[in-house]
Design a protein around this ligand. Structure first.
Ligand code: SOE
Length: 378
């Protein structure tokens, strides 16, 4: 029998939209044994919360996330607030016995994330961090193929996440829409916001990172505070370039910036092994490029695979073969996996503990950017 899962959303921004869309669509397509219900949304700005509730079909509104957590009719708390409140909300939600899904990154730093991990593990509640790009079928297919041994020994992992929305010094820091530029709210700049996605995918596909060195830069040193209008020093990294050694002996290069004019969300990755290479580009997300070195020489070359067939990951649940899917589907897949995890008892990844590893790598990047030294990760 299908069980109801009542969702309590904290926040009403861009990510709350992406998650609400996923919670509301998942059971139309995936049979997981659960049917999420958009039960309540909490935000200090109740006007905005009411508009959000109205648009997405939440049944009620709370002006304080603490009230949401106290409600016996809420099963899962979905944290979609700026990074500085993830820990407080998650720890309180775990203590109240709620399941928790938390927008990435886990927290501003690993030190802040660790008590979150301890809280969910102590309470024994289901938990997951929304690193959604793993759930794009073409990216999932890379994982399946690596597990089948298609790459052999891996030599290189390469990823970039490029944007250009903060080039103007007139973009403020802090406040709705621009809190990602405020180090107190965000913890870091592109490292926690963008590179964290690349790192999550990389660690999942290629294993842990053993050591790294990074170059970081803050191009615009001062910005106005969106709330007070006062000029404030900028504390975030605007760009980061990172060299890594993976535990499997392969080398990684990662780059992320908000100053790559012309790029809005250019996430690309490539992985080169002894037997072949995979390459993927978010802007052509249904396509996977594959080079198979075992093909006879004269026929050898890059092939471009449309990952749109019924036997490709997740796609049998959507339309008919050949029809493409988009960004929002990655969130639906993430919810489907979370629900499947509840049904089977095999938790969906990344859990808070998995995401703590990414947070430690992010911390190491920021530290190395400041000192110029290599950092060993234990
Ligand atoms: C920032 O612009 C942002 O929205 C990130 O916060 C998301 O995690 C990323 O997926 C897209 O870019």
């Amino acid at each position: 029998m299908t069980k109801t899962l009542n969702v309590g959303m904290v926040g009403y921004g861009f990510m709350a939209r992406a998650h609400s869309n996923a919670w509301s669509k998942v059971s139309n397509f995936f049979d997981t044994g659960y049917r999420p219900v958009l039960k309540a949304v909490a935000a200090r700005n109740t006007g905005k919360a009411m508009e959000f509730a109205d648009r997405w079909g939440y049944e009620s509104v709370e002006s304080d996330w603490r009230r949401l957590i106290e409600r016996p009719d809420i099963d899962v708390i979905d944290i979609c607030t700026p990074n500085d409140s993830h820990a407080e909300i998650a720890i309180a939600a775990a203590a109240a016995g709620k399941m928790i899904t938390c927008e990435k990154p886990l927290a501003r730093t690993a030190a802040e994330g660790l008590p979150m991990v301890e809280a969910v593990e102590r309470a024994g509640v289901a938990n997951m961090v929304w690193y959604n790009y793993r759930r794009i079928p073409a990216v999932m297919l890379i994982k399946t193929m690596i597990e089948r041994g298609m790459l052999g020994r891996v030599y290189h992992y390469r990823a970039k996440f490029l944007q250009d929305w903060t080039i103007s010094p007139d973009v403020p820091q802090g406040g709705p829409g621009t809190w990602r530029l405020d180090v107190d709210a965000a913890g870091s700049g592109v490292t926690g916001d963008l590179l964290a996605h690349c790192l999550d995918t990389a660690i999942w596909l290629n294993g842990s990172i053993a050591s790294l060195t990074a170059m970081t830069e803050t191009f615009v040193k001062e910005r106005k505070d969106a709330l007070t209008g006062a000029t404030k020093k900028v504390g975030i990294d605007d760009a980061a370039a990172v060299l890594t050694r993976f535990e499997n002996g392969s080398l990684g290069t990662f780059e992320s910036t908000r100053y790559a004019r012309g790029h809005k969300a250019a996430y690309t990755l490539e992985i080169n092994g002894e037997k072949g290479s995979f390459a993927w580009d978010l802007h052509d997300l249904n396509r996977l490029s594959w080079f198979d070195h075992r093909t006879p020489g004269e026929l050898r070359g890059w092939s471009s695979i449309l990952v749109t067939d019924g036997d490709h990951p997740y796609l049998g649940k959507w339309w008919v073969p050949g029809l493409i899917i988009g960004y929002e589907h990655s969130f639906v897949h993430q919810v489907a996996d979370f629900l499947e995890g509840l049904a089977t008892g095999k938790p969906a990844a990344p859990t808070f503990r998995d995401a703590l590893e990414t947070a430690k790598v992010c911390d190491a990047i920021i530290a190395s950017g400041e000192t110029g030294q290599w950092v060993e990760l234990g």
